[in-house]
Write a new protein. Structure first.
Length: 317
């Protein structure tokens, strides 16, 4: 089957002017997204048992959504990949440690835009921890079960109290319809939300895979300036998630570039709740599951490329 999309290299000027964007084909190709049974109205809450919300904390101007929470009713297996930049944001350090500590007992992620919490020192590390604790408290979850993602301007301290109040509001109205709000809450230079979702059958059981992403401001091979989050209700182990995510990256997020720079906050995380109750993954089912993860990642990467005009504002990560 012919690939639906070839990846692009998008060189930008130092001012990130959208008028200078030139799309040029390279040899890397994204997999055939058309082969997915895509959900027309899918979101991060399409998989069973996931609730989400997006709220305005006042980090952005004009009451725009800038804090989001995604929570699973069940403990999740999880895996992640992160920036290769030597300078790494506080949320990246926090998430790497938590995934090493509890790869099979996580419950969700709390996100913010406008402030990257990068190059913020010890205070930034404490702010990432405070975000996670606030979400765990608001949703009455066990400690050390929430991941943290931040995106926005580098070198600015996160206004923790604003974010904590926003998380409390998010907990009050989070629900299965909150996926679109979540996708909007993590936007920075993006001109539109980026979501993708699909369904497949594993061992006779219907399973859903869904994802959201943001980014385009500065994009380079090896994930680029972006956040990606993929969730599924499939039964899968953390080692399986690590394997399928690593296999998916070369033909999705690692196949696109804008200006050759990598950010401090680049992160892609995948979580599996097991709510679908499918049999243990092996053989053809494991391969099909990996294909679905790759397809969703490729669809999100395609949206990043299409939204190159979102790079009109410099300085966001």
């Amino acid at each position: 089957m012919e690939p639906l999309l070839t990846s692009f290299h998008l060189p930008l000027t130092t001012h990130h002017s959208p008028s200078t964007v030139e799309k040029r084909r390279n040899r890397a190709t994204l997999p055939p997204v058309s082969a997915l049974d895509r959900l027309p109205d899918g979101s991060a809450t399409s998989p069973q048992g996931f609730h989400a919300a997006g709220v305005a904390a006042g980090l952005k101007d004009g009451g725009q959504l800038d804090v989001g929470v995604l929570v699973s009713a069940l403990p999740c297996a999880a895996a992640g990949v992160f920036t290769q930049n030597r300078v790494r944001a506080a949320p990246v350090l926090y998430d790497e440690a938590l995934l090493n500590e509890r790869p099979g007992r996580l419950r969700g992620v709390v996100m913010n835009s406008r402030v990257a919490n990068a190059c913020t020192g010890e205070r930034g590390l404490k702010a990432a921890d405070a975000m996670a604790r606030a979400a765990e408290s608001a949703f009455e979850l066990p400690p050390r079960t929430m991941l943290v993602l931040s995106t926005g301007v580098i070198g600015v301290q996160l206004p923790v109290e604003k974010v904590e109040r926003a998380i409390q509001r998010a907990a009050k109205h989070a629900g299965p319809a909150g996926g679109p709000e979540l996708a909007r809450a993590i936007m920075t230079t993006d001109t539109r939300p980026k979501t993708a979702s699909t369904t497949l059958r594993l061992g006779g059981t219907s399973v859903t895979v869904a994802g959201i992403a943001k980014g385009v401001g500065l994009i380079s091979p090896h994930m680029a300036t972006m956040l990606g989050f993929v969730v599924t209700d499939a039964v899968a182990t953390a080692p399986q998630l690590r394997a399928v995510l690593n296999a998916a990256l070369p033909r999705s997020f690692n196949a696109i570039t804008v200006d050759g720079d990598m950010s401090t906050n680049d992160s892609v995380i995948v979580m599996a709740s097991g709510a679908a109750g499918n049999p243990a993954l092996r053989g053809r089912d494991l391969a099909a599951f990996g294909g679905a993860i790759e397809g969703v990642c490729a669809a999100l990467a395609r949206e990043l490329v299409r939204d190159g005009e979102g790079a009109a504002t410099g300085g966001a990560r």
